[in-house]
Design a protein around this ligand. Structure first.
Ligand SMILES: [Fe+2]
Length: 238
């Protein structure tokens, strides 16, 4: 139920979160993961694709992520929590990632070879477009995480329009639309929604303190409008 007493529309599938305990800067324990997953169920989510970092600070291998997923799934069964949980990853685009793509290494993907990628917040890597080109050539569909939060865009969405033209999809974070990251990400997120440039919304849930902003974002005007007009791809992943 939202502020006006109307029933809010829900997103069904989350494609970005850090819910496998102790492998990145997300959940710090199984108990914390369960607490966050119970909240996602309460908010109407029916499926979670969780995406641990593969980043210089968290150099997770696919085997580590999949082993963590299996432990989490067993715990959900034990607690009789009715939600589907899969895992992919959030890849930090650096030279190492670009090399992995060129070498045809295993890349964790979701929903038909979609790959979630991020850049540093301050500087855009000079080779980003070339890495995306190679990722697409290897049969994957890149999805750029939280484009509204990159400081180097300086409030302009011009580069994001170019990325969309080259086939990079965009995932805006619900917390940005709920005001968690400040005015500029909220404004850019809303602008991208208004211009119908958002392919996916995601929670980017790391810790329980994110949940209130996530819920606020879910009930935000332009999110509810996009859900009503069926303009997001999240539900296609059910
Ligand atoms: Fe993330």
């Amino acid at each position: 139920m939202n502020f006006f007493g109307k029933k809010s529309l829900t997103l069904d599938v989350d494609i970005h979160s850090h819910l496998i305990p102790n492998i990145d800067d997300g959940s710090q324990s199984m108990e914390q993961s369960i607490e966050m997953i119970e909240s996602l169920i309460r908010l109407g989510f029916r499926k979670i694709i969780t995406t641990p970092h593969i980043h210089p600070n968290y150099p997770n291998h696919p085997e580590v992520i999949l082993a963590g997923l299996s432990k989490l799934q067993k715990e959900l069964i034990k607690l009789n929590l009715d939600i589907e949980v899969e895992a992919a990853a959030e890849y930090y685009v650096d030279q190492q990632f670009h090399q992995k793509v060129k070498d045809n290494d295993t890349i964790l993907s979701f929903g038909g070879k979609h790959v979630l990628v991020e850049t540093p917040f301050i500087n855009k890597p000079a080779f980003f477009e070339s890495a995306m080109f190679d990722l697409k050539a290897s049969g994957h569909t890149p999805v750029l995480a939280h484009p509204e939060r990159y400081v180097y865009l300086e409030g302009s969405i011009e580069w994001l329009e170019e990325l969309k033209d080259m086939g990079v999809l965009l995932q805006v974070t619900l917390g940005s639309l709920g005001g968690y990251y400040g005015k500029v990400p909220e404004q850019i997120g809303n602008l991208l929604l208004k211009k119908d440039m958002v392919d996916f919304l995601g929670s980017d849930l790391h810790r329980p303190s994110h949940l209130a902003y996530l819920e606020k974002g879910l009930n935000a005007k332009y999110v509810q409008r996009a859900l009503k007009e069926n303009r997001l791809k999240n539900c296609l992943l059910l």
